[in-house]
Design a protein around this ligand. Sequence first.
Ligand code: NIG
Ligand code: FE
Length: 413
Amino acid sequence: MPSLAILHASQLVTLVGPARARYGKELGGLGIIPDGGLLAANGRITHIGKTPEIEKLCQRDTEVVDARGCAVLPGFVDAHTHLVFAGNRLEDFESRARGETYEQIAKRGGGIQTTVQATRAASEEDLFALAKGRASWFLKNGTTTIEAKSGYGLTLKDELKILRVIRRVGTETPLETVPTFLGAHAFPAEFRENHGGYISLIIDKMLPAIGEEKLAEYCDIFCEQNYFDVDDSRRILTAAKQHGLKLRMHVDQLTNSGGATLAADLAAITADHLEQTGADGISALAKAGVQPVLLPGSVYALGSKKYPKARQMIDAGLAVALATDFNPGSSPSASIPMMLSLAVTQMRMSPAEAITAATINAAASLGRIESIGSLEAGKLANFVIYNCDEYRELAYWFGVSLVRDVFVRGKRT
Ligand code: NIG
Ligand code: FE
């Protein structure tokens, strides 16, 4: 395969730095090369530098892409999505506009249960076709890797069906997927009066099957009032670890139920949401080195005003990541640029901090620091050319796609 060169980027935003998540002030450093270029071969970056240096390395058959007037960034890494489901939640969307809350909708059997019914009724082929369409939304918005959770099946068969679809999206589309098991997303209707029965099903049947087929790398849980409490969460996640799964957790989204502290106790890799987390939770996460994954899209789309305390988290030395929470209920958006806008306008992060949170820090949270999240020799040639001069514009022009070209493993998608 001939090599590929990108030349004359107004900014090559490399995020070069230590091969680990970035903390505190480090989040502000993007490693920008003006008039930058990169060279890639066999799907990996071989060189980055100033355009004249890269030009010298080009060979006769090198494919050259002129990126004049464009910023070039690593593909975004979305560390929290619920990619696979059937149907939509347009009824909930409209009811919320009339004043009903997410919790009220869930109580009358709408919300997640609606999506579970539709997803159970769909075949693996149907779900794959839907997920493949959504994969193209992520790519078109500059995202090249996503974490994707199950959680709308809630039976052994349906959870496995979803996890297989997640795996197929990763192998049959250019979008890379990292699978997470979220059987503990809600108690399904048939276990409404028998929570213990559902927890046993997860521990005795689902986790062993998923561990054996290696269908997930992570286990997640919705730790929340009326969902899984702190004791349920501890039991399920302790069992998950025994099956070789690492932990990510939905915590303190709607109420502060001590979820952040539990994430710290269990040495989870990430604690996600954290809208209701206060100073105690933040310091517990900092002590335990748990990465927060902030999901401003769900705050925005639920019409809430209470965003997580990103500034305090960064100041406390946490390696903040930013993700879409793409799902049909609380965050129907596959756009990281939209999250950058929310991060800056609603959570007072700087544009540079937001970009670090959606690239290298997200990659670190997924155990992919060696291969993605920055533009450095040896990493995958996953990068995006944008129709703008500088990186801050990605957060600034909200609701507008500036994506010009998306490359995954050196190939234009
Ligand atoms: O992250 N909080 C739980 N899960 C999703 C919402 C899922 C849904 O409403 O379908 C979230 O916000
Ligand atoms: Fe979520």
